[in-house]
Design a protein around this ligand. Structure first.
Ligand code: TXA
Ligand code: MG
Length: 351
């Protein structure tokens, strides 16, 4: 199959690209679309054959459920059933964060195919605020299942070029909506009723931070990354310990740790702010280094550039990528969650 990349950066291109995407989606085909977080591989959420094509294109195991994106918040009842005891909190979260990078886990409507939810009684749901995604889904007028548009376990794509590298020849169309402006996948939250306050259990840290959420409940992190030596079933089934993994081994330094190179090995550095005082940036051993946010270090800038930087370093062919720790506050929590997963050793495939 030939994969086409359709630009959207002129009104006529935009119109044509949206039209073609809607046609393919209505015919049950998958299409890669930009969202504010990362690019998603979308298909009609209520068509099991279309959903199956997402799993095939991504090599995604059937146990990993998808996120359903809505055209409008009024369409929520078609996908999820909101229990009375959390309804006020759900309403507030929707009012404050949709459209945007917050995914809610709710009991599913039986109309949602089991393939979407991997047989779980719950469904993940959000609304994207990306103009290209919005135009496609509101023209189609149907909910779209869309996981990140990468092969399973690999680095999430934040540009159309990255999607093409991941899924070339596997899907018919990618809409190019430019670089994603959040750069990290949505925050996933499960609401647990409680008096006087509900608990907001963060299954995946993301652009909506603890500070953003704390007005709506007691925020706790599910710590969904099990230790590689003690694997336990994670609450978000896709959040296996090893994820977002570059093919090059990645080592995450402890805060302030000074890297000790082994002579003869080739290294690349992922630095937070490019400051030699942080420990390793000034060392002479780097074949290449990328600084996520030069100067004082700004977490939103680091988040936007993170997956692209990881992808660039992965393409160098060095022996090891060394990553500096990032301050674990605000968006830094989400970046560190991904760095820890990227650093988990991959099982060695049989020769
Ligand atoms: O920002 C995003 O969320 C992007 C864009 C495209 O919207 N999508 C995304 O999808 O990151 P994906 O499939 O790469 O990650 C979805 C995660 C998976 O780890 C999956 O296990 C979890 O959501 N998930 C889906 N349904 C769930 C459920 N019912 N309960 C718990 N976790 C669920
Ligand atoms: Mg993903």
């Amino acid at each position: 199959m030939q994969t086409e990349v359709a630009p959207t950066d002129r009104p006529d291109f935009f119109k044509d690209a949206v039209h073609r995407a809607v046609e393919l989606l209505a015919a049950g085909e998958p299409v890669a679309l930009p969202t504010e977080t990362v690019y998603g591989l979308a298909a009609d959420a209520l068509n099991p054959d279309a959903v199956a094509k997402i799993f095939i294109a991504k090599d995604r195991p059937a146990f990993d459920p998808l996120i359903v994106h809505l055209p409008h918040k009024d369409r929520l009842p078609e996908i999820a059933i909101v229990p009375d005891d959390i309804a006020p909190t759900v309403a507030l979260l929707i009012e404050n964060f949709w459209p945007g990078p917050l995914t809610l886990i709710l009991p599913k409507n039986p109309a949602v195919p089991d393939a979407v939810t991997a047989g779980l009684p719950t469904v993940a749901v959000r609304i994207s605020d990306h103009p290209v995604f919005q135009r496609v889904i509101t023209s189609l007028k149907r909910p779209l299942a869309a996981p990140s548009a990468n092969r399973f376990g690999r680095i999430s794509p934040t540009s159309a070029a990255a999607v093409l590298k991941e899924l070339d020849t596997r899907i018919p169309l990618i809409l190019d909506g430019g670089a994603c402006h959040a750069g990290l996948e949505s925050t996933i939250v499960k609401i647990i009723p409680g008096d006087p306050k509900p608990t907001l259990r963060v299954l995946r840290a993301g652009p909506v931070t603890k500070d953003d959420l704390k007005a709506f409940g007691r925020v706790e992190f599910a710590n969904a990354a099990p230790h590689p030596d003690h694997p336990v079933a994670p609450e978000a089934p896709g959040l296996l310990a090893s994820h977002y993994a570059p093919l090059t081994p990645l080592r995450l330094l402890a805060e302030g740790e000074i890297f000790q190179p082994v002579p003869g090995r080739r290294y690349a550095l992922l630095s937070y702010r490019g400051d030699p005082d942080d420990g390793s940036f000034g060392l002479p051993c780097w074949e290449h280094s990328i600084v996520l946010s030069p100067g004082k270090g700004k977490l939103p800038e680091a988040a936007v550039r993170f997956f692209h930087a990881l992808r660039q370093l992965d393409e160098l062919g060095v022996d090891e990528i060394i990553a500096e720790a990032i301050p674990e506050r605000g968006l830094g929590v989400a970046i560190m969650e991904r760095l820890r997963r990227a650093a988990t050793p991959q099982p060695v495939p049989p020769a």
